[in-house]
Write a protein that binds this ligand. Sequence first.
Ligand SMILES: Cc1ncc(COP(=O)(O)O)c(CNc2co[nH]c2=O)c1O
Length: 418
Amino acid sequence: SASSLGDITKPDFPILHQKLDNGKKLVYLDNAATSQKPYVVLKALDDYYSNYNSNVHRGIHSLSKKAEAGYELAREKVAKFVNAPKSTDIVFTRNATEAINLVAHSWGLENLKHGDEIILTVAEHHSAIVPWQMVAQKTGATLKFVGLTEEEAPDVLQLREMISKKTKLVVVHHVSNVLGSFLPVGDIAAWAHSFGAKVLVDACQSVPHMVVDVQSLDVDFLVASSHKMCGPTGIGFLYGKSELLSVMPPFLGGGGMIADVFLDNSTYEEPPSRFEAGTPAIGEAIGLGAAVDYLSGIGMQKIHDYEIELADYLHESLRSIFNIRIYGPAPSRTVHRAALCAFNVNKLDGNATDIATMLNGLQSVAIRSGTHCAQPLHRYLGVNSSARASLYFYNTKEDVDTFIEALKDAIPIIGFKE
Ligand SMILES: Cc1ncc(COP(=O)(O)O)c(CNc2co[nH]c2=O)c1O
């Protein structure tokens, strides 16, 4: 058959070609947790640490200048990747979680007061919920949560109706790491803005998988993580509209974010430096830049189109299994799902962890089990945990077939409740 995008790109990822202790070749289906890294990213990291590792922040010697140039070039690449107006609209953080905490503590503490409302959905990741709980406790703001529709997608119409003049911020995922559903974040931003509210988009599961254009979406803040988009761990980014970042106070204090330091006060740099205290993850930023080059070389629309095809195949193959319960909306001609399925097996005499353990042992199939940092969503769905297979563009339909066969073998071994 014609080579799929997965067949073409899988050779770029050294980690995918190993056999585990059971002698079976790894089938990695845990990409919503973290993605694997292509040779070009590994080479960029090795090149930096082998040839020009040095500290940034206005160094004079050659290595420092080269490191600084590499770090700022990575910022430019990320800015272009999400179509930010300027590279200074991109703040490097440790991960998406830190990026959301930065907005919560720097923008939130300054702009939220008693009676203000923050609207989220019940499907948000803990990283999108907990920072706003912390800030709401300090400011007297309140969090309001949108539920799911009958089809188990976040209820967008309920969200629209919930926005009012009390709303100061809407915090939503772009793609759910459990339901596989997409939110119309451009529309949501417009609704929020019509009431003078801001919108923060958690794009961890969309930036790696599709074209994300912060200007056309007109979002105020957007966060993502390098390790989910073929880049290294230890770095993520916040996109913020310039007019918001420019008036936000620092989140962390230290070197690099100051202009002048006196014993009793200091003045601060302009964004993004104002929000990048201390020695940044220089090598990791350069690795992220290489990941952006790699993904852009393939093309995000091509990746998205291929993953929609994989998503349909995954969902169709999984729902053919007796007693399977898949969470999130069923795909249709009009409703797409991301290439991930969280599921359980009804009446199984075991749980999601038993399933994941068996798949790993039997066929070296790596999936995740637990609540995927979405406990409120699992409670809403009435389940303690779920198993989750999540694919990326380097996966193939054959990977799905191996997963399904392993699941069919595992279920009778685990058995059903009497
Ligand atoms: C929607 C969403 N938001 C935020 C995060 C946090 O990203 P981090 O700051 O890089 O950790 C994740 C990571 N999601 C998962 C991490 O492991 N399994 C997952 O589903 C996510 O899927």
